[in-house]
Design a protein around this ligand. Structure first.
Ligand code: FEO
Length: 403
């Protein structure tokens, strides 16, 4: 062991954490990471010294310093890239140049993706069923294609019974504590839910298939080590995050509503508040969010958690207000399922906004039992009563659907 500025954290007999916390990142390709993030990388010191994943490029020297606290980085024999998105591969070219490993492994698509990003890195492709011996233990690879990129795979190390799960079971959360059992569960649940909603929701059916196939793989998993956020080291916590993932992926309707809106002169804002009042009066929890103050990833988190989603916007230049178009484009891409929906808005003259929102909800497969409501300029008392009653009716239908 060598004295370095950045130290490695031992997590099992052969394995050290050598990643980095990114405390101040707040915009992760459009995802509001208001608690920062981390890029977990792992060093296995077996007969073949192996690095599992790397870090975002600016953190490469920090990672190599952590490696150096355990072993001379030039002693790294193998590198495994479970996922080629640049938050885990950005540091790879520099690491490969510095340590000159004997081999770099990635999935078949991962090898192509790394070459496309960084040029030829002489990556050896591996697939489900392939194993390599690294001394006292073996590394076994399992393709997890489209979870969440085509290249994605996970790696199991049987000597210490560890699953290196790349993005899966991770969350954007920077912290000085390494383990899930050191954090408050409600914080973990919120961040895991947000991560799933914004990164994985599109592939929810594949998550269910993977969860169903896990027992058949016959892996004795003592720790799950994702590439972001705290790691899972107790059987209780591993069971907890697996069951949360099943819950997220099933997308069963929940007795909860989101009312997201954009507003120019507060007409749509008043409509949103009246609709939310109707929902609340039926005994359904409701969350109101002005798009001027709430980013799209926060909205998507609420979409995933709500059985009723209502969107409202004014008309501007014969279009729905642009912030709403941005949000709906994002939400549509993540394919939320089993939602009741509602569209509303205000306008001055042409009035396309609410109709366009309704069309977007229809394109998403969201059930809309009530026709959209559009008002001119400022809603009248009767119009506010009508939209409040609409909120109440939809909330009552949601409660029925949740039974
Ligand atoms: Fe954390 Fe898909 O990269």
């Amino acid at each position: 062991m060598k004295e370095t500025v950045f130290g490695a954290v031992r997590i099992s007999e052969h394995v050290w954490w050598v990643g980095a916390a990114d405390w101040n990142v707040r915009n992760f390709h459009g995802y509001l990471t208001d608690r920062g993030s981390s890029y977990n990388a792992f060093l296995i010191v077996d007969e073949k010294v192996t690095l599992i994943d790397a870090v975002k490029a600016p953190f490469t020297k920090e990672m190599l310093d952590r490696v150096a606290s355990v072993i001379d980085p030039e002693k790294i024999d193998y590198i495994v890239s479970n996922h080629s998105e640049p938050d885990h591969s950005g540091g790879l070219p520099e690491v490969i140049a510095a340590v000159k490993p004997e081999k770099v492994f990635a999935s078949v698509i991962g090898a192509k993706t790394l070459a496309a990003y960084y040029g030829e890195l002489n990556v050896t492709p591996v697939k489900t069923g392939d194993t390599i011996s690294i001394g006292s233990g073996n590394l076994a690879f399992v393709d997890t294609k489209m979870l969440h990129w085509p290249d994605s795979m996970v790696t199991y190390y049987d000597a210490d019974k560890l699953l290196f799960s790349q993005d899966a079971f991770g969350m954007h959360l920077a912290g000085s504590m390494m383990w899930a059992d050191e954090y408050d569960k409600s914080l973990l649940e919120y961040e895991a839910r947000k991560y799933f909603a914004n990164i994985i929701n599109l592939q929810a059916p594949k998550v269910l298939a993977l969860l169903d196939s896990l027992p058949g793989l016959g892996l004795d998993i003592q720790m799950v080590l994702p590439d972001h956020g705290p790691m899972w080291r107790t059987q209780e916590d591993i069971a907890w995050i697996l069951s949360l993932y099943r819950d997220f992926a099933e997308q069963k309707p929940r007795p909860r509503a989101l009312v997201a809106y954009a507003t120019m002169w507060h007409s749509t804002g008043i409509l949103a508040t009246a609709f939310a009042e109707g929902v609340r009066s039926a005994g359904v929890e409701v969350h109101l969010a002005d798009l001027a103050e709430n980013d799209r990833s926060s909205i998507m988190t609420h979409v995933a958690y709500s059985g009723l989603i209502a969107f409202g916007a004014p008309t501007m230049n014969n279009q729905m207000f642009p912030a709403m178009a941005d949000t709906l484009c994002y939400v549509k891409g993540l394919k939320p399922q089993n939602k009741l929906g509602f569209a509303f808005g205000s306008c001055g003259w042409s009035g396309e906004g609410a109709k366009q929102i309704s069309a977007e909800l229809e394109a998403m497969g969201v059930e809309q039992p009530e026709k959209f409501i559009q008002v001119k300029y400022m809603p009248t008392a009767d119009e506010l009563t009508a939209i409040r009653d609409c909120g109440k009716r939809l909330a009552e239908q949601l409660l029925e659907k949740c039974k």
